[in-house]
Design a protein. Structure first.
Length: 87
């Protein structure tokens, strides 16, 4: 089940970058470079996170991919549990 996502104006994304001082929000400490930036939901939508500016953070594409891989395993487990319990 896909989760609805908003598209924010470019100035909102730039505000997020400036707030983070162009440093990746995952904790790696790397500088964010043009063309290598993704915007990630700090609390994933599938876990009840909201699609709001307050829940967005800028991360390197590489870090976002790692986080998404980990989250996909959790999502799959949740689906298996729900389906085995008839939910």
């Amino acid at each position: 089940m896909p989760y609805p996502r908003k598209r924010f104006k470019k100035k909102i994304y730039l505000l997020i970058l400036r707030t983070q001082k162009f440093i990746c929000a995952c904790g790696c400490g790397e500088k964010l470079k043009k063309g290598e930036i993704d915007f990630d939901h700090h609390l994933p939508l599938h876990l009840g996170g909201k699609d709001t500016v307050d829940n967005l953070r800028a991360v390197r594409k590489e870090c976002h991919k790692e986080k998404t891989t980990k989250e996909s395993k959790v999502r799959a487990k949740i689906r298996r549990i729900k389906s085995s319990n008839g939910l």
